[in-house]
Design a protein around this ligand. Sequence first.
Ligand code: NAD
Ligand code: KPL
Length: 305
Amino acid sequence: MSRTWHILGAGSLGSLWACRLARGGLPVHLILRDAARLKSYEAAGGLTLVEHGHSQTLAIPAETPDAPTPIHRLLVACKAYDAEQAVARLAPRLARDAELILLQNGLGSQDAVAALVPQARCIVASSTEGAFRESDWKVVFAGHGFNWLGDPGNPAPPTWLGDLQDSAIPHQWTPDILTRLWRKLALNCAINPLTVLHDCRNGGLLDHHCEVATLCAELSELLQKCGQPQAAVELQFEVERVIQATAANYSSMYQDVRQGRRTEIGYLLGHACRVAARHRCNLPHLQRLYRRLVEHLNAHGLPSD
Ligand code: NAD
Ligand code: KPL
């Protein structure tokens, strides 16, 4: 019998994982913010997953953070800026052998969570899957992708990868998870802020080729300086490929700003600029981009951390 998967954050990605694990016959518990959210969830009768136009509602059990049962396996599916606080509330419930799977985009939140729970094993993920919430408790599986999983401190795979196999969650264990996270961070830094500042789809950046190329050169320099040379290999080529392949899409940051939602800037461009400062690496275009983005967010009444 598999251990229960506790899912912290029943938003887009958390719901997608929860529904697939439950469909795979695994024990799943959602952890919702508070009693009001739990009541709303119970009234809805479960989580609904929409895939290829087909809806399925799954009555996955849910609880609040102060439930008494110990947690052995915790999938952290909050935004990067919420992860540390959300895990801190659960720390007293974590068993000695607890394992956390951190789904946050960018970098910085994973270390903050790991420092909070030194007794637990923290496994980090880099996901290219796409999901969005159509309404409360209803999530649409919008983009099939892949999940890379790894533990920067321990290359041995965990025992539960078979649970993901049984649940048809595409994944691979990698000893180089930090390289994957840095590569994705660099892609996001080269594309997302410019789409916000130029108010365009990803494809609109084809008109800003020089700006993109300059940022890629600075990001490559940063990756070299911070010990991630593999993440820098042909970065500009990859950024241009992604811009072409996703030309019709709006970047996730663009969508967040458009919808008045807080962005994860602090864990993307903010993190890149902080690491650059730590390495005394002068990256004037990246730093200017960060300042412009902060100003833009502030002008729109959005947090810039
Ligand atoms: P989301 O906003 O849809 O979901 C986050 C959920 O966490 C929300 O339901 C929120 O209420 C909940 N939450 C926050 N604090 C909580 C707390 N203390 N207790 C309980 N619940 C709490 O976010 P998302 O889109 O699922 O993104 C999660 C992470 O995954 C982000 O870092 C994002 O960048 C990354 N990601 C998302 C996608 C995607 O397609 N949605 C793809 C790749 C990576
Ligand atoms: O991941 C992305 C995002 O929008 O967040 C892409 C499409 C790669 C652009 O950076």
